[in-house]
Design a protein around this ligand. Sequence first.
Ligand code: CTP
Ligand code: CA
Length: 225
Amino acid sequence: ENHLSTGLPLSTKKVLITAGPTYEALDPVRFLGNRSTGTMGYELAKCAADLGADVVLVSGPTNLSITHSNIRLVNVETAEEMYQAAHEHFKMMDFVISAAAVADYRPKNPSNQKLKKQPGNDFKLELERTKDILLSLGQEKENQFLVGFALETNNAIENAKAKLKKKNLDAIVLNTLEDEGAGFGRSTNKITFLDKKLSEKTFELKSKAEVASDIWAEIIARTHA
Ligand code: CTP
Ligand code: CA
């Protein structure tokens, strides 16, 4: 439906968004995860779809639901599955936003059977690094406008700039945790938007839907979409 221009800023454009946490199995019933709800990524997807884009939303496990004629939802569980799904769609994309809270490590030897308690008090779990999805997309980038997120507690701006460079991004959204109402599990967020020319723009604490709209406005202003 999107091959005819509708006058919307993202009509005819293809958008990939990763969202939510990943779950890394220890055994058939246990996993390592994190507190991401997926809200920020889903709001970014909804906003892009409302602006006319064709959206692929690659999502880790969440309680959210989304139905929009412009959004294709691809459900994944692990960092490895998210890596595969993101790479499968990357080439065709105009805009890519990595909003997922991807596990940095996973259990090295997940068990096929439910783990039993061992004698003694201690239990040692060996972990190994997952693939950095965004880093690999940055290495493959051609004309895609590539945006990452950064969650930092100290030296926030410096760390965000370093991630932007290292991952070959066009922009990065810094989640500032300084505010009580911002971030994981909250309905509001406070961000600083940084682009590769290192310009910075800090926004007020807002609903995640409004934050999504601010992010798209910044992206669209930096492209000729
Ligand atoms: N990211 C990713 N794949 C990973 C880890 C992170 O795609 N395996 C993406 C996130 O979606 C986010 C960006 O990379 O857009 C930054 O994630 P963050 O956790 O802030 O940084 P890391 O690069 O993982 O570094 P660290 O956690 O050590 O600060
Ligand atoms: Ca990380």
